[in-house]
Ligand binder design. Structure first.
Ligand SMILES: NC(=O)C1=CN([C@@H]2O[C@H](COP(=O)(O)OP(=O)(O)OC[C@H]3O[C@@H](n4cnc5c(N)ncnc54)[C@H](OP(=O)(O)O)[C@@H]3O)[C@@H](O)[C@H]2O)C=CC1
Ligand SMILES: CC(C)=CCC[C@@H](C)[C@H]1CC=C2C3=C(CC[C@@]21C)[C@@]1(C)CC[C@H](O)C(C)(C)[C@@H]1CC3
Length: 419
């Protein structure tokens, strides 16, 4: 196959701070992961402390962590390859890709395997002690994967290149990703990374924190059970509805480069689970009433998140389906319609609202004395506001006047009457 490097740049508008952002983010974010994990293990747990709790280099590398990482990625790859649940990518019928969407099976099989290993005496709580070298390995794997993705993208067919990742600036293209759906045979690297090793790894690490708490204090706290339960629900939901990820901008629009590789493999498992890690060193007592309030908040958030996502997915797959046929819509010049009633008539991103409410419910069990467990809420709100702006730009370009009409009909973006 011919090299595609002489193709003219298709799209020159740069996001995430352009070339400067692309140079700084791959250094700054991995260091942030290591810093957060180090702070989490200090008895003070203060996010801003001087001198910063920098780990000694001997705590950053452990061959056992490297072996676990290789074993983990191999196990998840093998589970991904099992011939179950095939779906095609609806947005790109011209190259009709098929995906293995059996994430829920993979989660269940991983759970059974882990349970057997724990029964046979494997000390799962030991992952708490290994968390820094594990994060270092995950960061290393993301760098290697991103480098591999960048190099192989020069042999990809032109129609497989992402619009935004082909500016001609090597640093920026490495960061954003040149190829849309890189595959080895039928193994789709982006789809696999987005949902399997990182998401399942996140809940396994949470379970390890629970085991560590039991080792240290003899039983698990209500706060730890809530954090584990809420995040397990979120991950299970994502894997149960795995094919819905095929319509998100990450799969349809963005290339696969360092940002997503690192986000999927290192950022998600090691920063989304900070609350459980925090609770191991900073135990919290929760009253039954506050626990009830937090469960309610998570329930409301989950219900908005799930119902709005399902409503849009159903609408995009089959607009005539009886569950949504009664909803009001507006036509666009592309032939696609936009929902203006139901969840998508409430705010323009009801799914983000539900997700933010859940994020808050995951942090509240850790009390209000520390900032660290709220890192996820703050980061996630920034991510979603930025994501909303990107999506808005893309939708305005796609739908033109119809999008302006939608914005007039539904004026608030995420939080009614506020934003
Ligand atoms: N936990 C995490 O770290 C993260 C979680 N998420 C979650 O992932 C989920 C998916 O989010 P994301 O991929 O950002 O985007 P959305 O699921 O919000 O999808 C946006 C797209 O939906 C379509 N759309 C927008 N408005 C309407 C409408 N009124 N009627 C019909 N279709 C409409 C448009 O695409 P088109 O018209 O082309 O179909 C638009 O591009 C969310 O729940 C989000 O909270 C996202 C990022 C990170
Ligand atoms: C700071 C940094 C490197 C950011 C990269 C962003 C990624 C971490 C996120 C981009 C979109 C994501 C999605 C999920 C996880 C985080 C990333 C990868 C997701 C898989 C979480 C579970 C949800 O149910 C989801 C499937 C809707 C979601 C899809 C987007």
């Amino acid at each position: 196959m011919k090299l595609n490097k002489h193709k003219p740049a298709q799209h020159t508008e740069m996001e995430f701070g352009g070339a400067l952002g692309a140079a700084c983010i791959p250094v700054f974010l991995p260091l942030t992961v290591l810093y957060l994990l180090s702070v989490c293990r200090t008895p003070g747990g203060a996010l801003l402390q001087w001198p910063p709790p920098l780990p000694h280099s001997t705590f950053l590398w452990d061959p056992v962590a490297a072996a676990i990482m290789v074993g983990w990625i191999s196990l998840q790859s093998a589970l991904y390859l099992l011939p179950m649940g095939k779906v095609s990518l609806p947005e790109n019928p011209q190259f009709c890709l098929c995906f293995n969407a059996a994430g829920f099976h993979a989660l269940c099989m991983t759970a059974v395997l882990l349970a057997v290993c724990v029964c046979l005496g494997m000390p799962l709580g030991y992952l708490f002690d290994l968390v820094l070298p594990l994060a270092v390995c995950a960061i290393g794997v993301s760098y290697l994967l991103a480098l591999y993705l960048y190099i192989r993208s020069f042999w990809a067919p032109a129609h497989q290149l992402a619009l935004g990742g082909n500016t001609g600036n090597p640093l920026y293209d490495f960061f954003i990703g040149r190829e849309l759906n890189p595959r080895i045979g039928s193994f789709d690297l982006k789809f696999f990374c987005e949902l399997r090793p990182g998401l399942i790894g996140w809940v396994v690490l949470n379970a390890a924190m629970l085991m560590k708490e039991v080792e240290l204090r003899g039983s698990s706290s209500l706060a730890m059970l809530l954090v584990n339960g809420f995040q397990l629900l979120y991950v299970t939901d994502a894997l149960w509805n795995e094919e819905a990820v095929l319509t998100t901008m990450d799969i349809v629009h963005d290339g696969f480069g360092f940002m997503l590789a690192f986000g999927d493999l290192a950022w998600v498992p090691f920063t989304y689970g900070l609350q459980a890690m925090f609770l191991v060193i900073h135990p919290q007592t929760l009253s039954p009433l506050s626990a009830l309030g937090i469960i309610l908040l998570n329930g409301v958030g989950y219900s908005i998140f799930r119902k709005s996502n399902s409503q849009k997915n159903q609408f995009r797959r089959d607009p005539a389906h009886k569950s949504i046929a009664h909803l009001e819509t507006i036509a666009t010049a592309t032939g696609k319609r936009l929902l203006v009633s139901g969840w998508w008539g409430f705010v323009r991103h009801p799914n983000y609202l539900g997700d933010i409410l859940m994020a808050l419910a995951w942090s509240l069990p850790c009390g209000v004395s520390h900032l660290l467990p709220y890192f996820y809420v703050v980061y996630f709100s920034i991510l979603l506001v930025h994501r909303e702006a990107r999506d808005e730009r893309q939708c305005r370009a796609k739908y033109g006047l119809a999008w302006d009409t939608y914005c007039r009909r539904v004026p608030y973006r995420i939080i009614p009457y506020i934003y």
